[in-house]
Design a protein around this ligand. Structure first.
Ligand SMILES: [Fe+2]
Length: 170
């Protein structure tokens, strides 16, 4: 039995606040991709799906004169760092196993190269899976952050993924 489910995470007000900002539909899609990739590569599906769901919760809204400013974002973005920290805090608060919480936070930290001075870091299989999962759902011009889904549908979809994870873990 897992200490925390995807639905527990999603329903928490901290997750609601930050996942809405970067797009719930994208978060769900990446959680599903991460689950399937993790299964394929024989790594922990629960950790991968959680990292996928929470990977973008560090986004800040870089607006200038009411419009998203992509240059400002590119220059100043540290969403992987903030996301790792926010996700870790949320997981610990909900009672996640601390070893798992750290592993998930690190997968979020390394899900993108965008803030790193060079792109030569060596990722663990889990970290690689979360990065691939995100890239699978990426759309030109960041459009993946703007796809929408109704909250009720999102919950049903997470309940389904939680069931799939439980089946995998046996
Ligand atoms: Fe993403």
């Amino acid at each position: 039995m897992r200490d925390v489910t995807l639905l527990n995470l999603f329903e928490h007000h901290i997750a609601q606040k930050y996942l809405n900002r970067s797009g719930i539909a994208h978060a769900l899609a990446v959680a599903y991709h991460a689950f399937h990739l993790a299964k394929e590569h024989h790594i922990d599906v629960d950790i991968a799906a959680k990292a996928g769901l929470l990977h973008d919760m560090g986004h800040y809204t870089w607006y200038k004169n009411g419009k998203w400013d992509y240059d400002l974002y590119k220059q100043n973005d540290i969403h992987a760092i903030k996301g790792a920290e926010r996700a870790h805090k949320l997981l610990i608060r909900l009672g996640e196993n601390p070893v798992k919480a750290k592993t998930i936070a690190l997968a979020i930290l390394f899900h993108t190269d965008s803030f790193l001075p060079s792109n030569d870091i060596v990722r663990t299989p889990l970290q690689q899976v979360v990065k691939w999962a995100d890239e699978k759902d990426e759309e030109e011009g960041g459009l993946h952050h703007y796809r929408t889904i109704e909250v009720e549908r999102a919950k049903q979809s997470l309940i389904r993924l939680d069931r799939l994870i439980d089946l995998e873990l046996g």
